[in-house]
Design a protein around this ligand. Structure first.
Ligand code: MN
Length: 243
């Protein structure tokens, strides 16, 4: 049996090919799984559960089909879709997890998170993150009209798209820091961590202060391909699926 981990699909009506690939994955693979874990940035922007667009409805319907087959689907919010809330969970059957979440993955305690909180060298982003994720501000955002939330989301997206090309130094700042990773391993006393956000799929080994090693699996994005982590009792495999 298999558990799947995905993140950073950045689904949007503007990229129907990626949406199609995701729907195929749900119908052909996820429905046969032990579990599916979505570790954030499923959507390029999620402006609230009251979004009644065809796009939102189609994806909610597809997720519901998976959970109705009895496959548990878990969701941890990313920086693009932290407005996914209880109504989305009710409509899809998806279970929302707070981050970081510790799960028992075939006998291995495993820490799950989106990953943006590990990029501690990016001070200005961390400041923005602390503010935007405050419950009172989320409440205010959700009270705004949908159209206004859409404009805000577009603005945020445009400002993050204008920063390229990035220097090597900027790229380093946007990756996780070793200190943040080790801190988390120690604090939660686990030997395995899975996250996305950096779009740098890999399996890293980390040396812990107590001499043990821990492994950090980074999920890939869905820009040019589908990216999956397949975990069974005996295997862990990062898979790139062509469009
Ligand atoms: Mn992200």
């Amino acid at each position: 049996m298999t558990s799947w981990f995905i993140s950073d699909l950045h689904l949007s009506p503007a990229r129907p090919d990626i949406t199609r690939l995701f729907l195929e994955f749900l119908q052909e693979q996820a429905v046969h799984a032990d579990a599916l874990y979505i570790l954030g940035d499923l959507f390029d922007a999620w402006i609230g559960d009251d979004d009644t667009s065809d796009f939102a409805a189609a994806l909610q319907g597809a997720l519901r089909q998976v959970t109705q087959q009895g496959v548990p689907v878990y969701f941890i919010a990313g920086n693009r879709d932290f407005l996914v809330g209880p109504r989305f969970a009710r409509m899809t059957g998806v279970r929302l997890l707070n981050e970081p979440a510790v799960i028992d993955l075939y006998g291995t305690p495993t820490l799950l998170l989106h990953g943006d909180s590990l990029c501690t060298a990016d001070r200005s982003y961390q400041r923005f993150r602390r503010i935007i994720r405050q419950p009172w501000l989320v409440k205010i955002l959700l009270a705004l009209p949908l159209s206004m939330r859409m404009r805000i989301a577009n603005k945020l997206r445009a400002s993050s798209a204008t920063q390229q090309p990035l220097s090597a130094e900027q790229l380093a700042i946007m990756d996780v820091t070793d200190t943040a990773v080790i801190d988390l391993f120690v604090r939660y006393d686990v030997g395995q961590m899975i996250h996305g956000h950096t779009h740098r799929p890999a399996i890293h080994e980390h040396q812990l202060p107590d001499g043990n090693t821990a492994e950090r699996i980074v999920l890939g994005d869905w820009y040019e391909q589908g990216s999956l982590l397949r975990v069974t009792r005996t295997e862990r495999q990062l898979i790139s699926q062509p469009l």
